[in-house]
Design a binder for this molecule. Structure first.
Ligand code: AMP
Length: 191
């Protein structure tokens, strides 16, 4: 894998399925003129190919499991290199496990983690409701009950080490903290 990336801003956006990563990234990318790369979207395009590999990826995604990290890293790297001129990248749905976080630093942006990692915290109930609702619109084949359960399980079992890893590097940012800080400043104004 050839590494040519310049030192653009790189922001990872992580969170459970249905936590709103994709929607917010689209808005943020438009505002800051960053390139939005939704790893799930990139994988859906691969899953649509009429090849053996395409069918394998489709099956994995329909079950709600994770696509092998080597493939995901290559796909992400290729897409970043194709957009070398971007001033920044908003990467949503990556990393989803610790290996991906470490491999990104080893292979894509050598020795350098992302600039920050934004975490979307969302209650399980809200995530399930949103996914079931989206399922009714038929937008996504993986928004059915069994896959939703599996995606949540995958998320909860893998996200803790990932969050600890970035917390240790002091890169984690939680937008709810920002809202909390704003509320405090409003209340502080009353005192
Ligand atoms: P999303 O669009 O983020 O909800 O992702 C949809 C599906 O794509 C997930 O359930 C996984 O099967 C796959 N996927 C997305 N991101 C990753 C990733 N970083 N690593 C492995 N699989 C992924």
């Amino acid at each position: 894998m050839e590494v040519k990336l310049k030192s653009q801003t790189i922001i990872f956006v992580i969170g459970g399925p249905g936590s709103g990563k994709g929607t917010q990234c689209e808005r943020l990318a438009a505002k800051y003129e960053f390139q939005h790369l939704g790893v799930g979207n990139l994988l859906r395009a691969e899953a649509g190919r009429p090849t053996g590999q395409g069918r394998q990826i489709k099956d994995i995604m329909l079950k709600g499991a994770l696509v092998p990290s080597g493939f995901v890293l290559d796909l992400l790297n290729d897409n970043m290199l194709k957009r070398e001129e971007a001033k920044g990248f908003l990467i949503d749905g990556f990393p989803r496990e610790l290996t991906q976080a470490k491999e990104f630093e080893r292979l894509v942006r050598v020795g350098r983690p992302p600039n920050i990692v934004i975490v979307f915290d969302c209650s399980t109930e809200t995530m399930i409701q949103r996914l079931l609702l989206r399922g009714q619109t038929g937008q996504r084949a993986d928004d059915h009950e069994a896959s939703i359960r599996q995606r949540l399980e995958t998320h909860y079992s893998l996200c803790e080490p990932l969050i600890a890893y970035y917390q240790h590097k002091n890169l984690l940012r939680n937008p709810e903290d920002a809202i909390f800080t704003k509320c405090c400043s409003v209340i502080d104004g009353l005192l």
